[in-house]
Design a protein around this ligand. Structure first.
Ligand SMILES: C[S@@+](CC[C@H](N)C(=O)[O-])C[C@H]1O[C@@H](n2cnc3c(N)ncnc32)[C@H](O)[C@@H]1O
Length: 280
């Protein structure tokens, strides 16, 4: 049974922004017919089956209610990889690719071989993008959330990176051995202040709250991560952390107080100071 509405007509009648409608309809075509996204154009006269139409309507309604596209299609591109995502993990952001780039630069400086720690790995985004681009790196990735680790492990298997990335559950450095040291520590911790109104707006409403905010002033996780870094870095080892657009000065000061040197601020593609790095 078909719906009598062609793909072209479905897109035209949708109240979603066209780019979003196309993404969701392409997802339906892939799931129900194993068709590529290009079928939206090449087969625009096609009519959906009743089941496929019901899926499309559900996705459209959920998106109109604000659910993030990445959760609806179950995946998100990040750096050089594609990650599965679900409501238990933060949707990886393009600005976090800056941390990956800083990490890869440091690994190159070390001759391609390095031991890394990714604190608060979520979907595994940072750890897996680095593992995929630097095949001689070894990465330990942690998260406090068991749900996130299920998704991160599944991504690791899917990307065939199990020989390079291990996961461990726990709060920041408590998750790892007290004598464990690394060439590089990377982290994108929860850094939104608890009263920030953005937490109640847009896509953020659907993401895990503990991935977004420290339930305090936004700096408490950064403090824990930076203050423990020296103990867990090899000599000359590098730590780089992502932070909010207005937290750079505070993070620089935290690195200074922690006795780190060679402190540098890094700009994201939008020109915001987004990462601070320091060296033991
Ligand atoms: C902003 S998300 C970053 C996720 C991922 N690294 C990324 O960039 O997409 C912060 C992550 O830190 C984790 N987290 C929150 N508190 C933590 C803690 N005390 N110890 C370890 N991980 C924690 C959250 O579960 C979440 O996965």
């Amino acid at each position: 049974m078909s719906t009598n509405l062609s793909l072209r007509e479905l897109l035209r009648s949708s109240t979603l922004p066209q780019s979003e409608a196309r993404l969701l309809l392409a997802h339906v075509l892939e799931n129900h017919y194993q068709l590529p996204r290009s079928a939206l154009l090449s087969r625009d006269e096609m009519e959906l089956s009743a089941n496929a139409l019901a899926d499309w309507k559900l996705l459209e309604t959920k998106r109109l209610n604000g659910e993030p596209i990445a959760y609806l299609v179950g995946k998100k591109g990040f750096h050089n990889i594609e990650l599965q995502v679900a409501p238990g993990v933060l949707i990886p952001r393009p600005e976090t690719e800056l941390l990956v780039e800083i990490g890869l630069r440091e690994i190159t400086r070390l001759g391609g071989k390095a031991q890394l720690l990714d604190l608060g790995t979520g979907s595994g985004a940072i750890a897996l993008a680095i593992a995929s681009a630097a095949p001689n790196s070894q990465i330990l990735a942690t998260d406090q959330s068991p749900e996130a680790l299920v998704i991160a492990r599944s991504n690791t298997k899917y990307l065939n990176l199990e020989s390079q990335v291990q996961f461990i559950q726990g709060s920041w450095y408590e998750a790892i051995g007290k004598d464990a040291t690394f060439d590089l520590i990377l982290s994108n911790p929860p850094y939104i202040e608890k009263s920030d109104p953005h937490l109640k707006q847009g896509d953020l409403r659907f993401e895990p709250i503990n991935a977004l905010t420290d339930q305090a002033d936004g700096l408490s996780c950064l403090i824990a991560i930076i203050s423990g870094a020296k103990l867990h870095l090899n000599p000359k080892g590098l730590i780089a952390v992502e932070h909010g657009f207005d937290q750079s000065d505070d993070v620089v000061e935290l690195m200074r107080s922690a006795g780190l040197g060679d402190i540098q601020t890094h700009l994201d593609l939008a020109g915001h100071r987004r990462v601070v790095s320091g060296r033991k």
